[in-house]
Design a protein around this ligand. Structure first.
Ligand code: ASP
Length: 340
């Protein structure tokens, strides 16, 4: 009798320990590119690190208190969208015409549902609208005016397009236009010029991936796209399988970089397919795609990726990628460059 009681107590204890031990983790990014350490002041570096920590902690807090991965991803992204340092929401870049067109997507690995918006001009937090598309429409992606009409129906408040104006992005845009004009005089094509801008300092897309205690994976990405992009251009971020992807039991990915490559090479989906069908680790799969396949193709950028056990990979083939991770009850790790 005594033995049985003890055995029951032990099994209950191990059951509760196991429940407590369910892995959970989050990774976020704030864009990849040529982040030159000397060009950033100590205050700027600190401002990026503080913002990344605030965002990763917000998402982590959702997970630690039993919230789901979709809520964690959304909480982290909203903080980054509201911060003018990042090319999403408030700090979105300018398109060629001098306006702002924002793209965002979110994917639920549990249901394989996804929602995305492209080319929206008056929504402060496009990630929220992407969630609304996923949850309250029969569609996956809504673009431009149709997305904005849907937002009104869903009770979203709108902002005037100049809400997205910032001096730093305006300067980047002016420099980009100048460069494109010079390149045109030398018969260089627009595509080549745009590629150069991605390599320089036009990064800043934001994203998050998370695993919650229930084992659900989610991914989200939000961006203003690429500086001086053509009016109507849509990047990889809202394209499911390119810039954003999540599948329970496999992995969740959010990308940043030269979107045209990420679309053509199906980066997020390819990483998860490698994990699923080749049975390799998330670190190997993400490295193969970012540091081999994409480099060979000439595509620049990086990803944050997480698997169903909470293993995280954050490869990028540029100088830097603003990023942060936080697993279980560990402290946050906030990083910018390859070697730190
Ligand atoms: N991937 C984004 C796009 O092409 C840009 C970025 O990540 O910096 O729209």
């Amino acid at each position: 009798m005594r033995f049985t009681t003890l055995a029951m107590a032990a099994s209950l204890l191990s059951g509760s320990v196991m429940a407590e031990d369910k892995p959970f983790a989050i990774a976020i990014h704030g864009g990849a590119g040529t982040i030159v350490a000397d060009k950033l002041t100590a205050e700027q570096k600190q401002a990026y690190r503080t913002a990344l920590k605030e965002a990763v902690d917000a998402g982590h807090n959702v997970l630690a208190t039993g919230g789901d991965s979709l809520a964690a991803v959304t909480a982290a992204i909203i903080i980054l969208e509201n911060n003018p340092l990042f090319n999403a929401g408030k700090g979105a870049v300018y398109n060629f015409a001098g306006g702002h067109e924002l793209d965002a997507a979110i994917m639920d690995g549990k249901t394989m549902n996804a929602g995305a918006v492209a080319g929206v001009t008056n929504i402060a937090n496009p990630i929220k609208l992407a969630s609304a598309v996923m949850l309250h429409s029969p569609h996956v992606m809504l673009a431009g005016q149709g997305a904005e009409e849907f937002a009104l129906e869903q009770g979203f408040s709108t902002v005037t397009p100049n809400y997205f104006d910032t001096d730093a992005r305006k300067l980047q845009w002016q420099n980009a236009i100048e460069k494109i004009k010079q390149d045109q005089q030398h018969n260089k094509n627009y595509q080549a010029s745009i590629h150069q801008f991605t390599l320089e300092d036009k990064f800043g897309t934001v994203g998050a991936v998370a695993l919650d205690k229930q084992g659900n994976l989610a991914a989200g990405t939000s961006t203003g796209g690429m500086t001086a992009k053509r009016f109507g251009r849509i990047g990889d971020s809202p394209v499911i399988g390119a810039g954003t992807y999540a599948e329970n039991g496999v992995c969740a990915v959010s990308a940043t970089g030269h979107g045209e490559y990420f679309i053509r090479y199906q980066v997020a989906g390819d990483i998860c397919a490698r994990v699923k069908y080749q049975d390799i680790s998330i670190v190997q799969a993400a490295d193969q795609v970012i540091n081999k396949r994409l480099i060979k193709a000439g595509g620049t950028g990086g990803v944050i990726a997480i698997d169903h056990r909470g293993n995280i990979a954050t490869p990028f083939n540029t100088d830097g990628m603003y990023r942060a991770t936080r697993k279980n009850n560990e402290d946050a790790q906030v990083l910018i460059w390859q070697q730190e």
